[in-house]
Every structure is written in C-alpha cells, then in structure tokens.
Design a protein around this ligand. Structure first.
Ligand code: 6R9
Length: 649
C-alpha cells in the first residue's frame, strides 16, 4: 500500500471500543468531567496530585515558567525513595510484595516493601561509604535484576543522580555516557542472561573503564553462578568491589536525604539528530508527581493488582513504569529478566498465568512478534486474570491492536496506547481506560492537565502536521546535561514557548491524536530510538568507509530496520564480507540494537547542490518506492544508478 493509502485507511478506522461495562463500573476514573476539571486550572490540578506525595517542606509556588525552563513545586522538599518505599511501611503494605522477579533461567525472588526498604537503605549506606554524595553521578549498567531497581532507589535515597545505561549497549557507548555525566561509581554485574547465553557485562565495563577517569569504584553484582567461568570476571584491586561483600559488611541503612523539588533525580541518555546522545535531565517533585498520577489512572492501578511492564530499566519506560510510578503507588511490580521467546514463544503468557498478572504493558514491536508466532502460544495459558493492556514506544498498527484486543485481552480488556518520550518523563497522550472510547491505532487524548496541539511549521493549528505540547508539564525534562543550548535548540526553537517532540501527528473528527512517528533523523527500531547520525558515525569510524548515509526502512515486526548506504575509500572493494564486517563494527561501537539490516555500497550519495545528503530519496529507494522529486539534486544520475543497484540486490 502506498504511504497515503495507508494513512487514509488509518484515518478511516471506525471501529470503536467504549470501556467495557464491567471495567468501567470498577474503574478508578469513569467520569469524563475530569478533563474539564483539569483544564480549568492545570496548576491547581497538578498541585492536588503533588499533595498525594509526602513532603518534608511544602512548596510555595506550583510553577515558575521562564521558557524554556520550568520549575515545579518550588521550595518544596521531598525524597523519591521515601515516597516509593518508606511511606508504605506504616500499614498493610509493609508485608506486601513490592517486587516479584523471575530470571531467565527460571530462578525467582520476591521482595516485600519491608525487604526492599532494607536492601535499598543498606545499599544507600554502601554508596555513601564509598564517598558518593548528593549530586554525584552514579552509572548503572545492569541486567533486569532487582538490584537495578535497588541501585536506582538507593541513589535517590542519598540524592545521587543515576544514569542507567541499557545492558545491551557496547563498551564504547557505556564509556561515552559515563564520561559525559562524570560518574564516580559504576554498578554492573558479572553477566546477564539473554536467550540462554551470558552477556559479559563486567568485561564490557572493564573495556569502558579504560576510558573513564572519573570512575573511582565499580560495584559488581554476582548474577551468574560462580561456575560461569566463561565470563572470566576480573576484579581490579581497590577499584572493583562485589555487591554481596559490601552488603554483608555494612551495618544498617541510612535515612532519606531531603531533596529540593528541583534537584536532579536522574540523567538518561537518548538519541537525537546528531551523533552524540543527549543526557536528558529529570528532577524530583514534578517527575514523581506525574509518574504517580499517570500510573494510577492510566493503568487503573489498585491495591491487589499484579502489574507487569515488559520494558528494560535501561529505558525511560523502565524508570517511570517499572520503578518510580508503580512503587510510588505502593503496587506489586513483576519484573522479568529475559526474552519473550526463551525457552519458547509462550514464556510471557506462561508468566502471566504463573503470577496472575492483571495489568500488562508492552511495545507494538513485541505484539507484532507475538502475532507472527501464532495464537497457539497464548492459547496454551490461562490469561483470564488480565484486565488491562497497554502499549508504548511507537505507533501501533490497527491489525496489531486488534490482535492484542482479541487474542491477549480476550475482548475483555481495554487497551491504553500511551504516547510519551524520554524527554516527557511520563505519559502524555493516552486513553483513560474507564472513560475513553478507544479506536485501534490512536493514543486518543492528552492526559488531564496536559495540553497538546497539532501545528504547522508556522505554528498554526492544523489537522495534520507536527505534534506540539503547548503548556509546561510536571515531569518535563529540565535541560540536556551540560548542554542547555542544545536543549533550547532541539525542543524549543520551532515555535515560541512550545515544546516540539519531533513527532508528526494527525487529528480526526473526535479530536483524537494519531501519532505518525518521527519527523527528524531519529529511527525507531523495535521501539528503540536510534539516531541516523550515530550509526553513520559508527560506520565512518571503520577505516574503509568514506561516507555513509543511514535511513529507516519499513519492517513488519520492528516497525523500522536500518538501511545504510556506504561509499568506500579508494582501494576497497564492496563485498558481502565487508558488509558483514561493517554491520559487526556498528554492533561493537553502539550495541546490537543498532545493527544495520542492509548495507548497500554505492560510488556516490545523492546530494543537494549545497552538499546535503538527501535521505528522503534514499528512504524511497530502501523501501522500494518510486523516487520523489530529484530536481534539487546536484547529479540526478546518482539516484538512477543507486536504484538499479538496489533492484539488482
Ligand atoms: C516512552 C518512549 C519516544 C518516541 C516518540 C514517538 C515514539 C512512543 C508512542 C510513540 C506513537 C505511541 N512513541 N510512544 N509513537 N504512539 N504510543 O518510548 O520513549 O524511547 O524516548 O521514544 O517513541 O516517536 O517520540 P522514547
């Protein structure tokens, strides 16, 4: 189907799903009046949410807005760890499961709020003894084990700023992030499991630490059996310390550090349009307020739910919807270490049955993989405990939505398609499951208290154009770590005082938002954000490559895959081996998530007369479409040759 054909059919999607009556009856929110109430005075509205947290000192001003810088709950003091753990200890949640965890090999752990508190308070003490002070940065490079959450919360407890780096990133990517943040301590593990093999995290960390002078200590969690000799873990005396030794030797925990509402909570790196990832900075009071509010209402979270978000804690979804949002609500969070297809393609559904999961939050790319694996896998398991389903990370195509609704939700569960970003910190556009009539493929409406529009380049409100967030919101990023200019330039320069998220969108007759995907040079591969320039830099880093241009290519399961057009330097010949080596080079430079699926060698790249590579044309070629307007090209012949090569395979 042509691009416009696909769009038309999307916008004529007229299947509608009002909240199922039994769900609506029990939902926390079922009255649409809530939208008007919030819109009437968004600041007062958010202040009511903030008041649900424990504060050591109240704020004097809800919002100070000096665009593009916002401060929320100014003057207030609180601690995120206290709000996620300590305050639940008074009362029945003390013995409630906070974290239920299963490792890929099938090992399990359960931590009550009491047990989580004890570990976090002790580990916070460990960090402090190692000289970590309020405001210091701590890098976390862990698999999906409870210690990842423990480490994040321990940082929050003492006011250290964590920077979690996804365990799939390469040593180079880890080193770049550590250097940029100036982290003092690195927390990692000997290894982690992925589809039955061990990922050598400590070895990766060692390679990274060759380039990170700021690191004073590396704390290593023993995740794998001591018999896993293949990992060959080496501990450098003085620098490297085992987590279990430190925890055994420490006596007692430390109390929570009262933090200013605007003190930094964490940095999380994400891809942008340049080769260098940006450290998105989130602060304390506003972030936790919006995490708590959205987790409770979007997921209709109740005391006895078993909640599972399948993201990795290395991404924002893991930060806000595995750790901070659910724990702030005193929920029971299920956490799983491994892949959905190990040891077989029924693993997730087995886990849903085994743990009685009631609320399940995953990504469209996973849903498309499940569809492809077939209905027989979920059919083997009892999914009757599920009552609400969510998606995040990329637009969900209506077919995948319908499959999710029918096969996993058994037509009983509302689906919340949630649009948001690393930068927004928490959910922004989403149905409220007891209120909103959903349609497959749309994230529907802004959450109460959030204001968004679709705008033209010139800033007029239009039916199709760019998504814009028109009012500040509590969990918004405050800046880019060490680069406020880039913060202004990237998000606030398109229109005055308005946030530009980088997504295209359309609206329909109901005023619903249909998010169409990135309009900048950022790819979305299996829900992971990857900058085209990052991949291009990794490619030209190979001594044979003269120039590279990277584009996204439609992919049935991943949404997009990476296609790279590469010109080689004089004296190097294109070959399948070279293509494979270049793919591997990208994996080593960035990580497996950035592996190009296709490398096409070319003697020239299509450029404008001013020398800009025309990625749009390359994307047309990669996706096998008729090539668009070539009149601005310096040499239209280049495109013809490329297309020919592409068709020859
Ligand atoms: C939370 C997260 C953000 C980008 C965002 C957009 C895409 C996320 C979406 C969606 C359509 C949704 N995106 N959710 N597109 N519908 N429900 O994914 O953060 O990794 O920073 O990615 O993902 O393009 O701009 P992040």
């Amino acid at each position: 189907m042509s691009e416009t054909g696909a769009l038309d059919s999307l916008l004529h999607e007229d299947r509608r799903f009002p909240p199922p009556e039994p769900f609506r009856r029990d939902a926390l929110i079922s009255d649409p009046a809530i939208y008007d109430e919030a819109a009437a005075d968004p600041e007062a509205w958010w202040a009511r949410w903030a008041a649900e947290l424990d504060w050591y000192e109240p704020w004097h001003t809800v919002l100070e807005w000096t665009p593009p810088h916002a401060k929320w709950f100014v003057g207030g003091k609180l601690n995120v760890c206290h709000n996620c753990i300590d305050r639940h200890l008074e009362g029945p949640r003390r013995n409630k499961a906070a974290l239920i965890w299963e490792g890929e090999p099938g090992d399990t752990r359960v931590m009550t709020y009491y047990g989580l508190h004890r570990r976090v308070a002790k580990f916070a003490h460990v960090l402090r003894n190692l000289g970590v002070e309020k405001g210091d940065r701590v890098a976390i490079y862990l698999p999906m084990v409870p210690e990842a959450a423990i480490a994040m919360l321990a940082c929050a407890r003492i006011g250290a700023v964590h920077s979690v780096v996804f365990g799939g990133f390469s040593p180079d990517s880890l080193a770049d992030r550590i250097v940029d943040a100036g982290a003092k301590v690195l927390i990692t593990a000997d290894g982690g499991y992925r589809r039955g093999t061990l990922i050598p995290l400590k070895n990766n960390a060692d390679r990274a630490m060759e380039h990170t002078p700021s690191i004073e200590h590396c704390i290593v969690v023993a995740r794998t059996p001591s018999t896993a000799r293949e990992l060959d873990v080496r501990m450098s005396a003085g620098r490297d310390l085992w987590y279990h030794d430190l925890m055994r030797d420490i006596e007692g925990g430390v109390p929570c550090e009262p933090m200013d509402s605007e003190d930094n909570l964490f940095i999380l790196y994400t891809s942008g349009t340049t080769g260098r990832p940006k450290g998105v900075v989130h602060t304390t009071g506003g972030y936790l307020t919006q995490c708590q509010a959205t987790t409770r209402w979007v997921f209709d979270l109740k005391e006895d739910d078993r909640y599972w978000c399948t993201a990795d804690v290395g991404w924002i979804t893991g930060h806000s919807y595995i750790v901070y949002g659910p724990l702030a609500n005193g929920a029971t969070v299920f956490m799983y270490e491994g892949a959905p297809d190990w040891p077989n393609r029924g693993r997730f559904w087995h886990l849903c049955e085994k743990y009685g999961i009631t609320v399940f939050y995953t990504a469209p790319t996973a849903i498309r993989a499940f569809m492809r694996w077939g209905e027989e896998w979920p059919a083997k398991y009892d999914l009757s405990q599920l009552r609400l389903l969510g998606t995040v990370g990329e637009p969900i195509n209506p077919e995948a939505w319908m499959w999710y609704h029918e096969v996993i939700g058994e037509k009983r569960c509302p689906i919340v398609d949630t649009w948001w970003q690393t930068e927004t910190g928490a959910i922004m556009i989403t149905p409220l499951p007891g209120v909103t009539e959903t349609k497959p493929g749309t994230a529907t409406r802004p959450f109460p208290g959030i204001e968004a529009q679709i705008r033209s380049e010139a800033g007029e409100e239009v039916k199709a154009g760019y998504l814009a967030v028109t009012k500040p919101w509590p969990s918004m990023l405050r800046t880019i770590w060490g680069d406020d200019e880039r913060f202004r330039e990237t998000y606030w320069s398109k229109w005055p005082d308005t946030y530009f998220p980088g997504d295209g969108a359309r609206t329909d007759d109901d005023g619903y938002f249909w998010i169409l995907g990135r309009v900048d040079d950022v790819l979305n591969v299996a829900g992971h954000r990857i900058g085209t320039m990052e991949v291009e830099s990794a490619l030209v880093d190979d001594h044979r490559v003269a120039e590279a241009a990277v584009v996204g290519k439609k992919h049935d399961v991943k949404g997009q895959s990476i296609a790279a057009f590469v010109t080689l330097k004089e004296g190097h010949e294109p070959s399948t081996d070279t293509a494979d080596e270049l793919k591997q080079h990208v994996v080593e430079k960035i990580g497996a998530i950035a592996r190009p699926e296709l490398i096409l060698f070319t003697v020239d790249l299509p450029k404008t007369r001013s020398g800009k590579i025309m990625r749009r044309l390359l994307q047309d070629i990669a996706e096998g479409r008729a090539v668009g307007d070539t009149t601005t090209l310096a040499d239209p012949e280049v495109v013809r040759r490329l297309q020919q090569r592409y068709e020859e395979g």
